[in-house]
Design a protein around this ligand. Structure first.
Ligand SMILES: C[S@@+](CC[C@H](N)C(=O)[O-])C[C@H]1O[C@@H](n2cnc3c(N)ncnc32)[C@H](O)[C@@H]1O
Length: 312
């Protein structure tokens, strides 16, 4: 288990960022001002507020990165300096939150059966409904963004699960970026245990975790590349507001994007009070090679809406 830099506890008082620690790291007057103005929240009593704040910071970080990538590299340009400063501020804020580790521990709490259980149960129920399970041959499943290696424990007779995460919380979860999962076993190398092709790829609450809207689209494409054609299955879960309350995204948009990269068949979908579940079947593995563009365009405006989007 990787050592956590900052142990976190979820008792009544969540480990608050220590302002004196933050102040030691502050190099810029702008950041000092930000903290004085309350830019860094110091009252994280609820795991959900960590998750929300982590997502907001990650999104902002991705926007700054793409702005920096698009600007010509002039070291002294004021715009670049301001962006780099903001990047530093965001990293410090993420640090004060406890980083990815605290985020994952908060997410694990959200996964507990008390709070409705993990999302894998929806997939399993559907696999039985369509007689995909029980299966004669073991099914290969890639669980991306896995917080527990036991999500498919009950089905281990039929399902061989590879669990990966950017920051593994368990020895049975490989620390690996989804984009680095090889499409096949290179040279039949037995040391590489995580590789395609897969029967099922699970992207449960992972696409929204990625801050860059284009990389979100690329995640769907990488899933299509990793899956066997017919009946490769993509299990996608998003927070419900991404579908129902975004200025730039809705269910039709998701279905259009999925179809454009080869997931032409929607096997099942469901909205719970908090999550939107989708099970797609890959019917055209090569379709993503020349897909149409889906830019960030305003679909519906209004007060209180969010800016979630997936672009291709
Ligand atoms: C909200 S948690 C997912 C929780 C779990 N899958 C569930 O459904 O409850 C999101 C996880 O996705 C992981 N993640 C995000 N992008 C990833 C990538 N490119 N490769 C691997 N893991 C990724 C993050 O590290 C984080 O632990």
């Amino acid at each position: 288990m990787p050592k956590s830099k900052k142990p976190v506890t979820f008792t009544n008082s969540f480990k608050k960022p220590n302002p004196s620690q933050i102040n030691n790291k502050i190099k810029t007057p702008a950041l000092k001002q930000l903290i004085q103005n309350g830019g860094i929240k110091q009252n994280y009593k609820n795991p959900n507020s960590i998750i929300r704040e982590y997502h907001n910071l990650n999104k902002r970080k991705a926007i700054i990165k793409s702005k920096l990538d698009s600007l010509p590299n002039k070291q002294n340009d004021t715009q670049i300096k301001v962006l780099i400063l903001e990047q530093t501020e965001i990293d410090l804020k993420l640090d004060a939150l406890g980083g990815l580790d605290a985020y994952q521990k908060s997410s694990l709490l959200g996964q507990s059966t008390k709070k409705g259980g993990d999302t894998s149960r929806y997939l399993i129920k559907h696999l039985f409904n369509i007689n995909f399970l029980p299966s004669l041959n073991p099914i290969k499943l890639l669980d991306v963004g896995s917080l527990s290696p036991n999500n498919y424990e009950k089905e281990k007779k039929w399902i061989k699960t590879d669990c990966i995460d950017l920051n593994s919380q368990h020895p049975k979860i490989s620390k690996l970026d989804f984009f680095d999962v090889p499409l096949s076993n290179p040279d039949n190398n037995s040391e590489i245990s995580v590789h395609g092709p897969y029967d099922i790829v699970s992207l449960s609450l992972v696409v929204n975790f990625e801050g860059d809207i284009h990389k979100r689209g690329q995640m769907l494409i990488h899933a299509a590349k990793l899956l066997i054609e017919k009946p490769g299955i993509l299990f996608l879960v998003l927070p419900l507001p991404c579908i129902t309350n975004s200025r730039y995204f809705n269910e039709q948009r998701l279905l259009d994007i999925a179809c454009a990269v080869g997931f032409e068949e929607l096997l099942s979908s469901h909205h719970s009070t908090k999550l939107a579940y989708y099970i797609f079947r890959l019917s055209n593995k090569q379709k993503h090679v020349s897909h149409p563009q889906f830019k960030k365009t305003l679909l519906k405006d209004g007060p209180g809406k969010n800016n979630f989007c997936i672009a291709l």
